[in-house]
Ligand binder design. Sequence first.
Ligand code: PXP
Length: 240
Amino acid sequence: MGKRLGVNIDHVATLRQARRGREPEPAAAAAVAELAGADGITVHLREDRRHIQDRDLEVLKAIVATRVNLEMAATEEMTRIACGLRPHSATLVPEKREEITTEGGLDVLGRRESLLRTVARLKEAGILVSLFIDPELAQVRAARQVGADAIEIHTGSYCEAFRSGKYLAELDKIRAAATYASSLKMHVFAGHGLDVRNIVPVLAIGEIEEFNIGHSIVARAVFLGFAAAVKELADLIHGA
Ligand code: PXP
């Protein structure tokens, strides 16, 4: 089975919220992304609603032809919203109000009790549950123990290392986590900080089924156009 590209459109909403206006419309970005080869649309409804709004979720659920992946903190409010919306999948992420973006993986090991309940509620609603974790075997094992269907490996440290050219140790960690999760019969996804260059070595890891990419697509879209920015990544990922 081929690898998939999930396009994160949060920063289309960031641009809209800069003026608290109507454009650019995230739903239009979702439609263009799908036309350009995206296999899914990802959005993060943050507690502070700094980019994606509740209304966006309703519109996206109605118009997305592929899959909606909802990134969310494991809170009561978000669990209620997810169970009502029933996206294809939910990705549980850590969330701090003051952070600029998601800074690290979820500490599944330290929160097993509460995550067990959240994962069960989401699964009961028919949602595939993924946990966003750092590439550490103990976190992978804990993700399996709390009943998650999938892990999304946080590629942030790898992407930072890539810039210095010394990234092989970080790449090995991703490969080890992916292999282990796959041996536990979990789906394996990856994301954070990926772009057209640093994704290339990661594409060689066969276990990774899906990549969720946002910032680099929106950044390149400013110069190349949104469809072109999605298409170049979709072509790379589908060709791997
Ligand atoms: N995956 C998860 C779980 C994320 O939280 C994010 C950032 O919102 C991404 C993927 C996409 O990261 P980026 O915007 O750096 O491509």
